[in-house]
Every structure is written in C-alpha cells, then in structure tokens.
Design a protein around this ligand. Structure first.
Ligand SMILES: *Cc1c(COP(=O)(O)O)cnc(C)c1O
Length: 490
C-alpha cells in the first residue's frame, strides 16, 4: 500500500512511498506526515472469523490488510514481542468496572505504559530493516516519562540502532527515571537535563535542524529516525487494539455484531485516538470517540469550538504529565483525512506562523459527528481515582481523565471502553494521595508498598527490581552541552 503526504507534495520528495520508507524517514513534504492512500475495510465475516482468534492473529491480519512491504517472517518476529507481556495471548485485557463500562488495559508490557503496545513491535521492525539495509540509525527521543523507557527498551542491544534519550531531571516520577537510568544496553544513551520537558523537546528540535549536526551524522554514515507517534509505524499498531477491544466485548456477549460502542481516550499527541479513528474508518462500529484531556485542554477547545489557539496558552504541569502537550501532532492526520491536503497545509502553516487556526462551522460539524471532548483538572482526576478505588479498581492519573467524559455521556446504554494508558505503579505517589484524600510527599517506593498492601494488588517484578538495580546512566547536563554529549556518544 502506498503512503501519501498530509500537506501535499513539494516536487522534490517522491509523491508516494512504501510503508518501510515512511517509517525509516517519517518527515514528508512541507513538514507534513505520511498517511495511507487507501484504507482496508472490515467486512461482516471478519468479526465472525476473528471472534475466536488471538491477539497476534488479529494483528497479523490487520497488518496484511494494509499490504505493508515487510516480510511475513519479520512481522511474526515483531508480534512475538507480545509474548513478554503479562498474558502473551491477550496483551490488552478488558476489566469490567460497571455494567456498561470496561477498561482496556494497554499497560501490560515491559515498561507498564501503553507506549509498549506499539513501540515493542515497531522497534523490532525498524531494527530489522536497518539490519537488512546495513544502515546505521540514530533515534533521538525527548520524553516526559513514558516514551523514553519504551523506546530504550524496544531497541536495547539492537545492532545498527543507537538511541539517545533526553529527559527533564526532576520532571518524571522515580519509577520512570529509574526505568531509563538503569537500562543496560551499550547502544543506549540517557541524558538528564537541567530543565523541563519543553526544554528537552526544544533542544532536540534545534539539534535536528542544525546543519553542523547533520554533517557530523553524514560523516559517520548515520541516519536519523523518530520513534514518536508522527511515525506511522507506531500508528498501525495502535489501530489493532481498538478492534481487539470490540472483539472482546463480542466474546463477553456484551454486544452483538454490528452494535455500536463508545471509546474514551486519554489524549496528548493524539496517536491513540487516531488509531481509533482509523479503526472506525475501516468499519469498526463506533458511535463516538471521546477525547479526554487535562488542563492543557487544546483538544477540548478544538473539538468543541473548532479553534486551535495557542496565543494565550502556556503549558501547565499536571498530575497526568504524558498529556501535558500543546502541539498535538496527529491532529494533522485527522485534518487531512476530513478536509484534504491543501486545507491541512493552510491550517498547519497558520498554526506555525500565527499560533492559531479556526475551522469553519461545517468543518467543526464534521469533526463533532465523530469526536467529543472534555478535560479534567487535578482535583477531578484525584476524585475519579478515589471513587473507583472504593469500588475496587485502581487506575492511574491519565486513565482517570476519562471518567468525566464517561459521566457526561448522555447515552449510557451503549457499551463504553475507556483506554487505560499506564499502570498505577508509574504514578504511585499521586495515586496514594488520591485514594487517601491526602497531600503527602511520598517517594514512589513507599507509595507503591502502601497501595499494594491496602488494596492487595501486586507490584510487578519489573517495577520492584528498579529500586535495587545499578544506575548505569548518570549523565546530567545543561541544555547547551547536549550536542557535544550526543556527538561523543555516536
Ligand atoms: C503517551 C501517553 C498518553 C497520550 O497518548 P497520545 O497517543 O500521545 O495521545 C496518555 N497517557 C499515557 C500514560 C501516555 O504515556
């Protein structure tokens, strides 16, 4: 299947590329993104067939319906990564919390956040491609806490790949930091910077734009790629679990084939929600996709009012840091799908130049037929965690932003799936305060143990071990020294 560009073609890049080209070199003309030219459809027999099959078989069928230019054996190898999840047969189980409400847990992988669902198999494919081509790649990542560990884990000890990961020192949880700085692979570099996530991300952007850095890479014969969700190689794996959760509801007998469901998605860069949108486009019976945000509520404004306006906005730190984002990259793919490439180019350029754009009333109406949105502040997040803890379900802060959307849902008769994007163990101090209605300053280790005892839930071995593991990365530097440090590493 061919991939085309969201902002149209500049006459220099090829008009169409293959899947492997799009994932190895994810930047398209005019700063746009790659998207599939056509979409496969799920017909009625698909649901009968896959109702009785496992996750990996489903994944394989979806990947082959996109006709990607990746060998079957490489795909099988990539899907084997799900064997390291808690339940290799079902990496994304559904927990039922109410009669009409399930929570699809996307965090049963090695780093306990939903990033593993896509980054694990994606990493296997990308490193295999690099090996086949005998090309060296450098993956640069700036992380607020979840992408970093997941990217490091998926590429650890892979030949032809090096990963340099920047994180804001003091800006992540203890668990997230330890997941990075105890990583053993020789091909990995973890750099703490004195600054916040914006500093990390901005430094990375200026590094990517620097011609001196590009020349250094060229001289060493190293190519750059990206592991964030602008890379379609991640998106494709994020379509699959939305179809899987529908099949799970069918298996449980909660819905009949063809019955519509509602999906609620805690969103930042909009990769997870885009996966749901593509699944709906392929024919998954989804009535609405509800977008949940925190106080960085750009997506709520876009979907409710049709405006993307950053002029009076500053990033605020919330208790759901993976969603502390103002420029949500994958919205662009929705704009393209609904309004075409010239309109997308116009809107994205306006956002880049003037820091805002507005949709027409008709465009807003089109978006609202598919999406709805709400946001929760820290207090509402804590209240939701406490309420469900009392009912016996412990959730993390990101997942908890979804409960307000669910409560506001006018038609509760439909089966609803909330996507849980991190295990509570990654954010245990906040979860501890929420369930106890307190405001204490605990370290992760103490909070983990207290919650585990109180609610009799296990802490996974991979998290417990972190506190005993040797720190292998102790690099902590100022912004201006990052280039030097990365050049030294490669
Ligand atoms: C990355 C992340 C999100 C946001 O997902 P997007 O696909 O970027 O919208 C939400 N929650 C957690 C825990 C995450 O790690």
């Amino acid at each position: 299947m061919a991939f085309i560009e969201t902002r149209g073609n500049d006459g220099k890049k090829p008009k169409e590329v293959t899947f492997s080209e799009a994932i190895l070199n994810p930047s398209a003309s005019f700063g746009g993104l790659y998207v599939p030219k056509n979409f496969p459809t799920l017909d009625s027999s698909f649901f009968d067939e896959f109702k009785n099959k496992g996750y990996k078989e489903l994944a394989k069928a979806i990947l082959s319906s996109y006709k990607i230019d990746i060998n079957d054996s490489v795909i099988d190898e990539a899907l084997k990564r799900y064997d390291s999840f808690d339940d290799s047969k079902n990496p994304a189980p559904l927990a039922r919390v109410e009669e009409n409400l399930s929570i699809c847990e996307l965090w049963h992988g090695p780093t306990r956040a939903f990033k593993d669902m896509a980054l694990q198999p994606f990493g296997a494919i990308l490193s295999k491609l690099a090996e086949q081509k005998k090309e060296n790649y450098l993956i640069l990542a700036a992380t607020s806490g979840d992408t970093g560990p997941a990217a490091l884990s998926t590429f650890e000890d892979k030949p032809y790949i090096k990963v340099a990961c920047l994180y804001p020192h003091g800006g992540t949880s203890d668990v997230q930091r330890l997941q990075m700085v105890t990583m053993k692979g020789k091909n990995l570099k973890v750099i703490g910077i004195n600054g916040d996530f914006d500093d990390a991300q901005n430094t990375l952007k200026s590094l990517l734009a620097s011609s001196e850095f590009k020349e250094t890479l060229q001289a060493k014969n190293i190519k750059l790629s990206a592991a964030n969700s602008v890379n379609f190689g991640r998106i494709i794996f994020q379509i699959i679990y939305h179809i899987h959760s529908y099949l799970e509801l069918l298996r449980e007998g909660k819905i009949k084939k063809g019955e519509e469901v509602v999906l609620v998605i805690p969103s930042g860069n909009f990769g997870n929600a885009l996966g749901a949108y593509y699944a709906k486009k392929m024919g998954l019976p989804v009535r609405k996709i509800l977008i949940a945000s925190n106080n960085n509520n750009v997506l709520t404004e876009l979907i409710n009012e049709g405006k993307y306006d950053l002029r009076d906005k500053k990033l605020v730190n919330t208790t759901s840091p993976a969603m502390d984002i103002l420029k949500s990259s994958n919205v662009e793919r929705i704009l393209f799908d609904l309004f075409g490439s010239s309109r997308t180019k116009e809107l994205m350029e306006k956002l880049e130049k003037e820091n805002h754009y507005e949709l027409t009333q008709d465009e807003l109406k089109t978006i609202r037929e598919i999406f709805d949105a709400t946001y929760s502040n820290n207090e509402e997040v804590a209240n939701a965690i406490r309420e469900y803890a009392q009912k016996g379900y412990i959730m993390d802060t990101h997942t908890a932003t979804c409960l307000k959307s669910y409560k506001q849902l006018s038609d509760k008769k439909l089966q609803t799936v909330i996507y849980s994007t991190a295990e509570w163990t990654k954010f245990s101090p906040v979860v501890y305060n929420a369930v106890n209605n307190k405001n204490e300053k605990l370290h992760d280790k103490e909070a983990l143990e207290k919650i585990s005892q109180k609610f009799k839930i296990a802490i996974p071995k991979s998290i417990k071990e972190l506190f005993e593991s040797k720190i292998t990365h102790d690099c902590l530097i100022d912004k201006q020294d990052i280039t030097k440090e990365i050049v030294k590493f490669i």
